[in-house]
Write a protein that binds this ligand. Sequence first.
Ligand SMILES: *[C@@H]1O[C@H](CO)[C@@H](O)[C@H](O)[C@H]1NC(C)=O
Length: 266
Amino acid sequence: MASFLRSFGFSYLLVVLILAIAEKSNASGYTRPIFRSGAWQLAHATFYGDQSASETMGGACGYGNLRINGYGTDTAALSSMLFNGGYACGTCYQIKCHDSPHCYTYVSFTTVTATNLCPPNWSQDSNNGGWCNPPRAHFDMSKPAFMKIADWKAGIIPVIYRRVPCVKAGGLRFAFQGNGYWLLVYVLNVAGGGDIANMWVKGTRTGWISMSHNWGASYQAFATLGGQALSFKLTSYSSKETIFAYNVAPPNWNVGLTYSSDVNFH
Ligand SMILES: *[C@@H]1O[C@H](CO)[C@@H](O)[C@H](O)[C@H]1NC(C)=O
């Protein structure tokens, strides 16, 4: 038994060591940035909409139908302090009810994705209704997400929250809008940090064209790209990792369609 334990312990150690080395670098010695959870911080949370979460569909990030696009009903609108002009779209948070009699003690946290902005309302006091006014850190959660951590009758609860990696199945998806001279792309299903700092598009007959941030999770290029297969290059806002999604859209791509890739952030 002791020798079994010893050899089991040894091979376990070996596996852990190999995994640690594999994560740190690949054959070329390049260290791939990986998004990691942040520290817990204080904020408050309310909810909007009802249990069906239908009011939370759409939203300032532009993800459209959250069910169809894989975001589900556990989402939140962020106060502008957290929303960061839309760069926080797609980021993921663990939210824990904190120090309130309305907290459910049997659940530790709920995980939400940022899909919307909770705008300031300056006709309400920041401490009495104007919960999303700067500089407050506030989550206006979908009702289903709120109900996992506290009694909804509380209305508002103190919470602690932290950024966590977004867990996604499959690769980045690109929803196309615009016209023949203007390509507007919503980036969906972003794993890792969930956020995007910079984005470029390349047609088969162009170099890499820098895209500017439009609003929410959308990026735009004023260029004529019709009839060309399109590739994208993206840099994560949080981890700075850069990834390439080659030939995502075929030469006959069209606006109103969503194209899938097989790459994602880590
Ligand atoms: C802002 O607050 C006022 C006062 O409570 C309210 O009447 C108004 O509807 C609010 N505006 C928005 C956009 O929610």
